[in-house]
Ligand binder design. Sequence first.
Ligand SMILES: Cc1ncc(C[n+]2csc(CCOP(=O)(O)OP(=O)(O)O)c2C)c(N)n1
Length: 495
Amino acid sequence: MDPVTVTLEGLAALGVTEVAVAAGARNIRLVRGALEAHGLKVWSFFEERCMGFFALGRALTTGHPVAVITTSGTAAVELAPAMVEAYYQRLPLIAVTADRPASYRGSGAPQAIEQVDLYGIYAKCYDVPSDPMPTDLDGPIQINVCLEEGSAAVPPVTFSGTRVLGYDPRATDKVRVSDVDLVLVGGLHPTQAGFISSQLLALGAPIVAEATANLTGVDHLMVTGGEKSLAELPVLKVLRIGCVPSWRWWRDLENRPEIEVTHVSDVPLTGLARDKHCRVWPLAALQCSESKHQTRSSLNLASTLHRVVMRWPLSEPAWMQHIRKAIPEGARVFLGNSLPIREWNLAVGCTEGITCFANRGTNGIDGLISTWLGVCAEAQDSWLVIGDLSTLYDLAGPWIANQLPSANRRIVIINNSGGKIFSRVKSLRDLDQQTQQVIENRHHLSFQSWAEMWGWAYRSISKPSDLNQLPDGNTVLEVMPDAKETESFWTAWSG
Ligand SMILES: Cc1ncc(C[n+]2csc(CCOP(=O)(O)OP(=O)(O)O)c2C)c(N)n1
């Protein structure tokens, strides 16, 4: 059978209903097949890096497999960052890489690179037509399709969205938990967060949750204060749920073997080198009953936090609270890596009324605008909170916005003129000026002309009231936090 038909029918059997394409001569038959298929949504890109992250965002929010179709050569390589991120989030991202016929391998002929197993351990490769198409997937895969030159159409394939799973996701042993001092919750999809919230309610142990945990109805168990509270809580047994937590406290667990961790996550990795071969239980396995070990401490740093925020209202953490207040009920929020997610976790935390997402597989600052646009494609209100270097990384991200339904999309750039996280890392604070300049990539760029280039409204934000009465549609909000206030905030908060 024609490898194009084999590929498209294979994608349909995996339950794909969305595909992103970046067209070239080599993949044109796959692109035509996608455009002519029934029941398939096609997103069109001019480059592959943003495309990969956009598709990752679609898979992150829908939970369904999403395919991206590239032409041959370095086009296929451009998907690598998104494929690696998909691996560490176990998202069903399918790279369909058009290739020259197998006889060209090892020849150095134009646009013939070695595409089989291009993503190494991060994506199992199926070489079509030699290999059969996969019938199941639990993370990213590559489908490398060898094609002769030509542009002939294929008979239309129907994509019904039905996926035949080879396993029963409910069939799992239970992990019974009743005796822990602390629950640490990292990112959870909102559809999983309801079940986890009910389990944690039954457990009754104190919870330190990231904003992306999306928990509901457990406010009374929630400990605010982030690192500061974690440092003070007496802990010997921890239940870790969801994505690997972003707290420094978690990293320091490497050197605290006396603290026992039970891992519950759909990504079967512990996120701790010391527990490398530990069992990680799937989320559905969690069965909690009331904790015998009630360490409900009187630790409540909420009022201290409030005081410090009020004292330094133009510091970065205070800006997170101002931004949260401007976000309407029901909005989808994406938190950029580096300081935005950390400052949001501290100053806002896990709040009801919005759903939060992030790329915490590898904590990259690349592809964040594109991932967010994928996550929020069908949301009426969506917000991205992102650093300035992270924005510079994904300048082509807004390309796809014109193909999305119109909605209120806000990119909030926290422009602190460089990678300011490095001035907060203890081991880097004493570096000389020149090295600091290099590690932070200090700059004086503004994002106004970038917003204009993409036809997005732009607002420079220097006081909280600038966030009122925003225009409808796509908007870039450039926040300039006060560097001195930020420094004062951290001195007052952590000393
Ligand atoms: C792809 C990638 N490259 C490099 C890094 C290392 N890194 C972590 S944070 C950071 C700086 C981020 O700067 P910015 O987006 O301005 O955020 P800020 O630190 O100011 O919050 C860098 C380069 C990374 N996480 N991902």
